[in-house]
Design a protein around this ligand. Structure first.
Ligand code: LLP
Length: 418
């Protein structure tokens, strides 16, 4: 599953002791395993190998430039949702031909920048968006290729905040609306519909909702072709679930075996947009215990990482395993809440955990935070965001400097002088 292992009572990332990284780079610290990232990318690439898909890694899951470059070197494309993510792709020189652009709220400058870069396709989510893309492309003397994102109204059976393919969600277009847009686009000179996109949610642990979605879209594609439209691309989005604790998600292989027989007859180039599956298990957040408070019912370990560094537990009630970085002879298990320093009751990393009796300065690792960890970190409570380190074998490389207090203040402090 990943390359974080206990050896003689100490947690290692590949060949490097995590405690040594904490000493060298400080805490809180995100640590990633290159091997885990690459092996997960390869698992998808191999499982779908016979279809030769374009795998567009979903930048929002973890947008660190070094990680993007690593994946691009493996042949991955990128799924982006903003001009900032486009800039990240261009910064690592991924060929623009491998970038697809999703999101419900693309602005005019964002559309222009993506057209300028020469991306092959926008994933379009509404009629006004299609009209704006047509308009911007006309002004630039270009033709924008688009896939319409369908909302197939299937239940992905995941957390309500990360399900996206139900009719009550803001994402995508109903099947009748997509048909309508294909027809309207005949009159729009600067838009060329070339595909169908769908993304039904995230952390999906079974192939069943995907199968339902593909069946619905298969009918749509057949109908569109009957009406003379050419559908070259089928984009299945992302969403593959991973193991955080006791989940039993399908493997990439089992998933591919379940969906390939349905995708093949569509006779389209397949695009996939995995995020969490590639980087989720590949990262840990290393944090140091500041104080331990013993309460009546349980202990509170107050650590130096908070909800600003990792918001998933607060926002989604997400469970992340928390383990001591160094084994300890303290065998007694104590019911512990691992909480941050932020002034909110929602500021916790884990609740009711059975941990050895902790002491100040102990190190803990919060596991499987490679996806939507650092990417969702903020400066709440004016806390500089953590550093990030990428480990490959016995080598550890800083891939994002720890923010400094002065750097954090700079955009405001400069204005005090005016
Ligand atoms: N494609 C589209 C259009 C998306 O919106 C997303 C994620 C992905 C691909 C990648 O999905 P993945 O393979 O990572 O499941 N912050 C939440 C997850 C939000 C997902 C948003 N969209 C979390 O921490 O669980």
């Amino acid at each position: 599953m990943d390359d974080f292992v206990m050896r003689q009572g100490a947690l290692y990332c590949e060949g490097v002791a995590v405690a040594a990284l904490a000493k060298r780079f400080g805490t809180p610290l995100y640590v990633y395993s290159q091997q885990t990232i690459l092996s997960h990318y390869q698992k998808i690439a191999q499982a779908f190998g016979e279809l030769n898909p374009l795998i567009c890694y979903s930048v929002k899951a973890n947008s660190n430039l070094s990680i993007l470059r690593l994946l691009a070197q493996e042949g991955a494309g990128l799924d982006i949702v903003s001009q900032g993510e486009l800039a990240r792709g261009l910064a690592i020189k991924v060929p623009a031909q491998r970038i697809v652009y999703a999101g419900v709220g693309k602005t005019e400058p964002e559309i222009a920048a993506a057209l300028q870069a020469g991306i092959p396709m926008f994933n379009v989510e509404s009629e006004p968006e299609a009209r704006l893309i047509n308009h911007v492309a006309q002004r630039r003397g270009q033709v924008a290729r688009v896939a319409f994102r369908v909302n197939p109204d299937v239940d992905a059976r995941t957390h309500r905040h990360i399900t996206t393919g139900r009719k009550e969600n803001k994402f995508g277009l109903s099947i009748p609306l997509v048909m309508d847009l294909f027809r309207k686009a005949r009159r729009w000179q600067h838009i060329k519909p070339v595909g169908i996109h769908v993304h039904i949610g995230s952390q999906i642990t079974s192939a069943t909702p995907y199968i339902q979605a593909i069946q619905r879209l298969g009918q749509l594609i057949a109908e569109l072709r009957r009406q003379g439209f050419v559908i070259e691309y089928f984009n299945l989005g992302g969403g593959l679930g991973i193991i955080y604790n006791e989940e039993r998600p399908q493997t990439a292989n089992a998933f591919a075996q379940a969906v390939i027989p349905l995708i093949k007859p569509l006779d389209c180039r397949l695009i996939l947009e995995p995020g969490r599956f590639i980087v989720g298990n590949a990262g840990i957040l290393v944090t140091r215990v500041q104080y331990v408070k013993r309460g009546h019912l349980k202990s509170f370990a107050i650590v130096d990482a908070g909800m600003n560094d990792l918001i998933r537990p607060s926002l989604y009630d997400a469970f992340h395993q928390i383990v001591p970085v160094n084994g300890t002879r303290r065998t007694r298990s104590v019911l512990t809440d691992v909480v941050g320093p932020i002034c909110e009751s929602g500021d916790f990393l884990g609740k009711n955990r059975h941990l050895p009796a902790l002491q100040s300065r102990d190190l803990l690792a919060v596991r499987s935070v490679g996806a939507y960890g650092m990417a969702m970190a903020s400066n709440y409570n004016s806390r500089p965001r953590p550093a990030e380190v990428l480990v490959a074998g016995k080598r550890a490389k800083l891939i994002r400097q720890r923010e400094t207090v002065s750097g954090m203040l700079a955009p405001e402090a400069a204005l005090l002088k005016e």
